[in-house]
Design a protein around this ligand. Structure first.
Ligand SMILES: Cc1cc2nc3c(=O)[nH]c(=O)nc-3n(C[C@H](O)[C@H](O)[C@H](O)COP(=O)(O)OP(=O)(O)OC[C@H]3O[C@@H](n4cnc5c(N)ncnc54)[C@H](O)[C@@H]3O)c2cc1C
Length: 443
């Protein structure tokens, strides 16, 4: 992690997610030294995290080592480290390296692409009882917890306790909540149904809660309605119009009603990384850095903030926190820096090209919205599958995920249903209640 004498201008990219990786790739032929720092060693395809949580895919099918992705890019060094601050006057970032040493890494250009984390909208006390899903560790922990619930119910002698153990409450009916609810319904109704003797997994209850009046609130009304009908046909209990008042170890309280549950999952919101604090610049109320039309920050044309951790207005509205925005911004920032280094005239302002939104609801059904074009059903699902395979980025992942999806579609069988604990001392579900905090323990 010690600094290398810079002969070429050095571009430091923090974050190897959708935005950071796109920026690094856009700089592959530029006469610069690129240093990409990430606190994990892998690029993660977050839109498919819910499939790991519901056993459809394995972690290795949606994450890949960043240094392997960039191995042919000779001007780029990948560093495993967590950035904790930026000195924008002296132009260096502060990072803690893999061995926890604090190091300073100088830059000529800086791209911050550090994404977002879970937000509990001021109710951080909910986190203990309702973990979210942002990392592979979160998704594996959730998979452990969901699978363990069925094991626990099977081992439970008192049938009156089965219902609480097998009630899954999802808070937030945006794309993540809807996709997770649909996938969970398939897991319990198709995959697990014939494997237990004392319980019928199909009786598991899945409750999807949102304070808004519709599921998939960012989609057109007709698509929201289609998604809701589909969820209900899969047996999901959709509760709209009431936010969660309270969450504790016994479940949730919604609109004055208690729903007893051992598994509450938070899919309601995200907050940006602390990039705004590191830079001490203006942010919106959520904490996203307000960037200029060329994605740089005021007074520092060499510092760019992109993706979920930035906010930029376009046509009077803030751009959404989606992968397409992050990728297009990454490409733009990379090309802009490459152009500047080679003395080209300044690039035009960034403009996002919206290719549309999709969400999948169970097997063989998706909703798709692109401008005025709206589609729901099987064809939309095929389009969803094709787009996600395309964006997986690595041919080996595409083949492996395609084969797994085809197999699951035909047989109902899933990619990985292993309960993997990294804590040897974790109590067995047969002898003790699995603590809810087990969800946060990862694997
Ligand atoms: C469950 C889920 C489902 C989603 N589904 C969709 C979808 O269907 N379609 C869609 O378009 N979008 C979806 N999104 C949103 C999409 O994933 C994000 O908009 C996108 O990932 C943003 O890209 P980014 O580069 O800004 O951040 P990310 O892709 O999150 O990358 C941030 C990177 O920065 C690293 N990092 C963070 N902090 C530090 C630090 N201090 N030091 C070093 N490294 C750091 C992280 O490890 C990570 O690799 C989903 C998100 C989630 C969580």
């Amino acid at each position: 992690m010690n600094s290398i004498p810079a002969r070429m201008p050095r571009v430091v990219i923090v974050g190897g997610g959708f935005g950071g990786l796109a920026a690094a790739r856009a700089l592959r032929r530029a006469s610069v030294e690129v240093i990409l720092i990430d606190r994990t060693n892998h690029h993660l395809f977050q839109p498919l995290l819910y499939q790991v949580a519901t056993s459809a895919l394995t972690p290795g099918q949606i994450g890949w080592p960043i240094r392997n992705i960039l191995r042919r890019q000779k001007n780029t060094t990948v560093i495993l480290g967590e950035v904790t601050g930026v000195n924008k006057e002296k132009r260096y970032v502060v990072a803690s390296s893999a061995d926890r040493r604090e190091v300073s890494i100088p830059y000529d250009y800086l791209i911050l692409a550090t994404g977002a984390r879970q937000s509990y909208f001021g109710h951080d006390e909910f986190e203990r009882f309702a973990p979210g899903m942002k990392t592979l560790g979160d998704a594996v922990a959730m998979r452990n917890h969901i699978l363990r619930a069925f094991e626990q119910a099977e081992a439970e002698e008192d049938p009156n306790r089965h219902q609480d153990i097998l009630t899954f409450v999802l808070v937030g009916a945006g794309p993540t909540g809807v996709e997770l609810a649909g996938a969970l319904a398939l897991l319990v109704r198709a995959t697990l149904r014939s494997e237990f003797r004392r319980i019928d997994p199909r009786l598991a209850r899945i409750v999807l809660i949102d304070a808004g009046p519709r599921v998939l609130g960012s989609f057109a009304d007709s698509l929201s309605a289609a998604a809701k009908r589909r969820l209900e046909s899969l047996g999901v209990d959709v509760r709209l119009g009431h936010g969660v008042d309270h969450i504790d170890e016994d479940g949730v309280i919604v609109g004055g009603e208690r729903i007893a549950s051992r598994t509450v999952i938070w899919t309601a919101g995200v907050a940006p990384s602390p990039a705004g604090k590191w830079l001490a610049v203006a942010t919106d109320r959520a904490g996203r850095v307000e960037v200029r039309p060329d994605l740089s920050i005021p007074g520092h044309p060499e510092v760019f903030v992109i993706g979920d951790t930035a906010v930029l207005q376009q046509d009077g509205k803030p751009l959404p926190g989606v992968a397409q925005v992050a990728m297009q911004q990454g490409r733009y920032a990379g090309r802009l820096i490459g152009g500047r280094v080679s003395g080209k005239s300044p690039a035009r302002s960034f403009r996002y090209f919206d290719k549309g939104n999709m969400a999948v609801v169970g097997r063989g059904f998706a909703v798709l919205q692109s401008g005025r074009f709206h589609l729901s059903g099987f064809i939309a699902w095929l389009a969803w599958a094709a787009v996600h395979l395309e964006f997986l980025g690595k041919s080996s992942l595409r083949v492996s995920v395609f084969v797994q999806w085809a197999w699951t579609y035909l047989t109902g069988q899933r990619g990985s249903r292993l309960i993997v604990n990294h804590r040897a001392a974790e109590p067995s579900p047969a002898v003790a209640d699995a603590p809810r905090s087990a969800m946060a323990s990862g694997a």
